[in-house]
Design a protein around this ligand. Structure first.
Ligand code: NAG
Ligand code: NAG
Ligand code: NAG
Ligand code: NAG
Ligand code: NAG
Length: 459
């Protein structure tokens, strides 16, 4: 007689047989050719306590198919995973490598409103602006009034075509830096560049004085009509400033500088942590500076784990290049199955789904009742919309973080041919693997930048 439990056990055993290397993976071994190392800690862990300084996250959804007016690959990237989240680690990858080559992801996220971007309100030299909050990049920039909006070929268009919000920024309150500019380019062809200087940036009660920032005076961009730029929360090692003229962005011209949160720490205005709590189905999320939210995490299951980073010295650019805030996940657990297979995962608010090693994605799909199937044309798993998702937990430092089963299937992301609904756990191929919103909305995530640690509290 068919027993789903036996089927699962068998699947688990198969995994054991098929994945010997991944089971034994540890930090000292390369994974798919990429080496990882611990991020260096600069302080002891900051004790977790509430902080009164926070920014409300405004959830911006990418548009559904009916609002898609543009055609062509570039735009598809935009509507792809992370939706315009050119700003997230993943979309950097997507854009740089073309791994999510538009033909896959644009479809999945284009069908429903499932791309996520989070915006926060900041004062830029006293001017109120919306910025995309991005843990996957390190530069903070805004578009400059009078900027040149271009198409991929470099031809000028109206500023509206670039889709920035208002108001735009005029200049730098503390002066421009001579001979240094910033330049960011994405695989999609989207790009921004312009002068750098120093401005005062304040977000949710955290004020940073004389932060080095960029003003985009030339860009090819697909904006959301709300945000005017990006608040980059990653480490300074991936800032994109260059000496010399625009167009001279050789690696030897690159010059790193302290990113927004690094400057905040240096200026002593804040404990070196921030935390993020996003809420399913709503824009109630908050980003808390220097601590945790007032409530909703005390006395809950919690875990802490070291941050690791891809060590790409002497390596060609890989999909892990933007792997900031990467942690090791010990195991995935669903129903009665536990697959102990340590893997590095990026923690990314800009990614909607969870991306796991392919055999795990396959096994989780099998655990839906009835089972989910891989639809090649979408690059994702789909199940009958009334399928019962498994109870799935992500195990971090031995602690199980359970995902609300209803989060595992997107009931309004329907494949027109089969009538099936998209499943929130997808294959991440050879990496990177990602803990996206489907996981993050079930926890409070603490980014202890000083101690190079992440902590999670079950919600
Ligand atoms: C997915 O998108 C690609 C390219 O845009 C298209 O060729 C393909 O037909 C789409 N698949 C579906 C199921 O719409
Ligand atoms: C944009 O800024 C760069 C760097 O300061 C400068 O070289 C360039 O002339 C500016 N371009 C425009 C269109 O203002
Ligand atoms: C931004 O506004 C323009 C009209 O000015 C509109 O055509 C476009 O679809 C809007 N884009 C988004 C992402 O809302
Ligand atoms: C999310 O919103 C949809 C429709 O807006 C609703 O059907 C669903 O029950 C909500 N889910 C949760 C978990 O609140
Ligand atoms: C974290 O979990 C431990 C048990 O592992 C518990 O004793 C402690 O109270 C939790 N911390 C908080 C702040 O809830």
């Amino acid at each position: 007689m068919y027993s789903p439990r036996w089927a699962l056990l068998l699947a688990g055993l198969l995994l054991l047989l098929l994945l010997p290397s991944s089971l034994s993976w540890d930090l000292n071994e390369p994974l798919n050719g990429v080496h990882f190392q611990r991020v260096k800690a600069h302080t002891l862990p900051t004790p977790d306590r509430p902080s009164p300084r926070f920014s409300r996250l405004r959830n911006l959804r990418a548009h559904g198919p009916h609002s898609q007016k543009h055609h062509g690959r570039h735009h598809h990237h935009h509507h792809g995973r992370g939706g315009g989240g050119h700003t997230t680690a993943v979309s950097h990858l997507a854009r740089r490598l073309g791994r999510f080559d538009g033909t896959k992801w644009q479809n999945v996220t284009g069908v429903g409103d499932y791309s996520t971007q989070y915006a926060i309100q900041c004062a830029w030299d006293g001017l109120g602006v919306w910025l995309l909050f991005d843990t996957g990049s390190a530069d903070t920039w805004a578009s400059q009034s009078g900027f040149r909006c271009e198409d991929p070929a470099g031809a000028p268009h109206t500023q509206e075509a670039c889709g920035f919000g208002a108001p735009l920024v005029q200049g730098f309150a503390h002066g421009q830096i001579d001979d240094v500019h910033f330049y960011l380019q994405y695989g999609s062809g989207e790009q921004v560049s312009g002068p750098m200087g120093f401005s005062d940036i304040a977000c949710g009660g955290l004020s940073v004085f004389e932060q080095q920032v960029g003003l985009a005076n030339s860009t090819y961009w697909h904006g959301n009509n709300v945000t005017v730029g990006i608040l980059g929360l990653a480490y300074p090692s991936i800032t994109s400033a260059y000496y010399g003229a625009v167009g001279d962005e050789a690696p030897w011209n690159a010059v790193t500088y302290p990113s927004f949160f690094t400057t905040a720490i240096t200026q002593g205005s804040i404990d070196p942590v921030f935390s993020v709590s996003i809420v399913r189905n709503s824009s109630e999320g908050i980003l808390v500076w220097g601590g945790l939210p007032e409530t909703g995490w005390q006395n809950r299951p919690n875990a802490s784990t070291d941050l690791i980073i891809a060590n790409l010295i002497d390596q060609s650019e890989t999909a892990w290049k933007y792997s900031f805030y990467t942690i090791i996940v010990d195991a995935l657990k669903w129903d009665q199955t536990t697959v102990t297979a340590k893997h590095p995962y990026i923690v990314d608010t800009g990614t909607t789904m969870m991306y796991v090693p392919p055999p795990l994605a396959e096994s989780v799909a099998d655990a839906f009742q009835p089972r989910a199937v891989y639809l090649y044309q979408w690059g994702a798993y789909f199940a009958p919309c009334d399928a019962i998702p498994p109870r799935l937990a992500v195990v971090i430092s031995g602690v199980e973080f359970w995902i609300n089963p209803s989060d595992l299937i997107y009931r309004n992301l329907v494949d027109p041919l089969t009538g099936y609904c998209a499943v929130a756990v997808a294959s991440g191929g050879s990496g990177p693997y990602i803990l996206g919103d489907v996981f993050l909305q079930n926890v409070v995530a603490v980014f202890d930048v000083g101690a190079a640690q992440m902590r999670f509290y079950a919600k």
